[in-house]
Ligand binder design. Structure first.
Ligand code: HEM
Ligand code: HEM
Length: 181
């Protein structure tokens, strides 16, 4: 049932694949779901329905799902192997992106991304999502959403300060670097 909801949808719910791809690989501003931690994916679906994370398409989808469907879909995408189809696409400065990811920029109060997101950006447990090989336009957009407040769902506000501290150029640099992994 979960596989059919994901690939074909129901009378009320669009298929996840119609936006996230057949393999959960994502595209441009639509994130890859494949291989992310199930508890992280489920949290995001709850955040979309509560409105601590704003997205018109996902608010509708998330509100249409039952708790059981949320758990099953999160497990389904979490168990998929993550295709690394992402490529740098934002003309970001890869050396600058690598510096932000590995060492941060203390002149701007930005810690190294990998302090929380794990060595090589593979993610840590349920709370810190993997960023490696995520879609770059999506990553840059999320950083801007935190800066502007449309996404205000990170525990302790951890990502809001980082989103605000990074310039548009920095966001593109780090997003392209992460996509290159
Ligand atoms: C984001 C799940 C259907 C468009 C997300 C995220 C999850 C998710 C968990 C957040 C991922 C992350 O934080 O890395 C699902 C599931 C679906 C579904 C389980 C099917 C039941 C759709 C559909 C569309 C869509 C049908 C397009 C109409 C998007 C977009 C985002 C997103 C644009 C990024 C939103 C943003 O910029 O914050 N989805 N999705 N999704 N999804 Fe879906
Ligand atoms: C989530 C980027 C540093 C904690 C995210 C997401 C992105 C991101 C793009 C959302 C992933 C998705 O939607 O799939 C970055 C970058 C960083 C950085 C580029 C460095 C410049 C950090 C640090 C911490 C942290 C240092 C911890 C102090 C978190 C947490 C979430 C998150 C807890 C999950 C928020 C939620 O529940 O939705 N980060 N991050 N990040 N980040 Fe970071």
């Amino acid at each position: 049932a979960t596989a059919s909801l994901a690939s074909q949808g129901t009378a009320n719910i669009w298929s996840c694949a119609s936006c996230h791809g057949d393999k959960g690989e994502g595209t441009q501003t639509v994130p890859r779901l494949a291989g992310l931690a199930p508890a992280y994916l489920a949290k995001q679906l709850h955040d979309f329905s509560k409105g601590t994370r704003i997205s018109d398409s996902m608010a509708y989808v998330a509100k249409s799902l039952s708790e059981t469907q949320i758990t099953e879909l999160a497990n389904y995408y979490g168990a998929m192997s993550s295709p690394s189809g992402a490529q740098p696409a934002l003309k970001g400065d890869l050396a600058r992106g690598e510096k932000l990811a590995l060492s941060g920029d203390y002149s701007k109060n930005v810690p190294a991304c990998f302090t929380c997101h794990g060595t090589s950006g593979i993610g840590v447990g349920a709370q810190f999502p993997g960023l490696a090989a995520q879609q770059p336009a999506y990553i840059a957009h999320q950083l801007a959403m935190w800066a502007g407040g449309a996404r205000h769902n990170s525990p302790l506000g951890l990502m809001a300060g980082i989103g605000k501290a990074l310039s548009d150029e920095d966001r593109r640099a780090v997003a392209d670097y992460l996509a290159s992994l």
